[in-house]
Write a protein that binds this ligand. Structure first.
Ligand code: AHG
Ligand code: MN
Ligand code: MN
Ligand code: MN
Length: 332
């Protein structure tokens, strides 16, 4: 039985210049995820369900647990001193950790502290997503916006925690995707899924079909393709949509499948945020043999222009994403 802490230290040699900072940083994420996990598990009996009445910068109502998770991750990352700043879905602007230790750190973290927050109150899986970059500004100075606006190909590490029927932490540092399951009686994450590989194709398609009439033609055609009866091609596929990106992606990672949140007539950029939802999931998708794209462009090559930028998103099994991209290209 290998613990997450032991595994990260064992793999530290993946980074030629590793000084233990990234190990400490992942340790801070592990600690915060255990605290958030504990809180989520008692959601029904503690006074933590429901909305705060406050909106975040994107006009979404913040749930109590959105803010709780944001605070816990922020505190853990600042206290550990391996991070010079963070950006979060629940913070209007990036936050600079200006202590001497903070300013002398080389990493920034972007996060979605609680993903799928409309599922909290109904006891359905939620998650935390994180993305880690090396800063571009000089060590010893406060962070700047450009440290956060880097394309996904520059990610040093990314991952998520899924608070589901079990709690798992899944991450990549660019050497495969590894999953750890939390033993709740000990509060320890153990290696359970080393080197996860997403099947080339699967049987599931995940999309909010309530928006069907607003989708671009290529996406509509792809949905119809998924529904056609072609037994030799395993179609019709099964429709599965949880409404928590982390949970939808996790299922497709294990079983094969495609997830899509395309543009709509009303929201040409789609809904999901490039920096703390799409890029980290894209890194995991590619590292497990899958693909992540806007439908026309590789997600990780987009040059970000704003912290809360949205992009159309599709990811999952390579053959399925390629087929969807082809239909989008054929039906502009
Ligand atoms: P968040 O809870 O962090 O704001 O993210 C919600 C996202 C994502 O988890 C999910 O895939 C999508 O929103 C669901 O959106 P719809 O309800 O529009 O389908
Ligand atoms: Mn939200
Ligand atoms: Mn989210
Ligand atoms: Mn969120």
């Amino acid at each position: 039985m290998i613990t997450l802490g032991e595994y990260i230290i064992e793999k530290q040699h993946d980074f030629p210049e590793a000084s233990g900072e990234l190990t400490g940083l992942l340790g801070a994420i592990r600690l915060a995820s255990k605290i958030v996990n504990r809180e989520i598990n008692k959601a029904g009996i503690a006074n933590i369900i429901g909305a705060t009445g406050i909106e975040n910068i994107q006009g979404e109502t913040q749930q109590k647990l959105d803010l709780y998770a944001n605070d816990k991750f922020k505190q853990a990352l600042e206290a550990r001193g391996e991070v010079c700043g963070i950006a979060s879905e629940e913070e209007d602007d990036f936050v600079s950790f200006d202590s001497e230790r903070g300013m002398n750190s080389k990493y920034v973290v972007l996060m979605d502290p609680l993903d799928g927050s409309t599922n909290i109150d109904v006891n359905v899986s939620v998650g935390t997503i994180f993305s880690i970059y090396r800063r571009i500004s000089p060590v010893g100075t406060p962070v700047i916006l450009e440290d956060f606006l880097q394309p996904g190909v520059k990610q040093v590490a990314a991952g998520y925690v899924i608070y589901g029927s079990s709690t798992m932490l899944v991450y990549t540092t660019g050497n495969g995707v590894h999953g750890f399951t939390c033993d709740p009686s000990l509060g320890v994450f153990y290696l359970s899924h080393e080197n996860m590989q997403q099947p080339k194709s699967g049987k599931c398609y995940s999309i909010n079909e309530g928006n069907y009439l607003k989708f671009p033609l290529g996406v509509k055609k792809y949905i119809k393709y998924c529904q056609e009866i072609v037994p030799e091609d395993n179609r019709p596929y099964t429709s599965r949509y949880i409404g928590s990106l982390v949970a939808d992606f996790h299922r497709n990672l294990l079983k094969g499948g495609i997830f899509m949140y395309p543009s709509t007539a009303q929201a040409p950029e789609g809904k999901l945020r490039l920096l703390y939802e799409c890029n980290p999931i894209a890194f995991l998708a590619e590292q497990s043999g899958g693909i992540a794209s806007t439908g026309t462009q590789r997600i990780m090559e987009i040059d970000p222009t704003a912290l809360h930028q949205r992009v159309p998103f599709m990811c999952g099994s390579a053959d399925m994403v390629k087929t969807a991209e082809q239909m989008i290209a054929d039906n502009p």
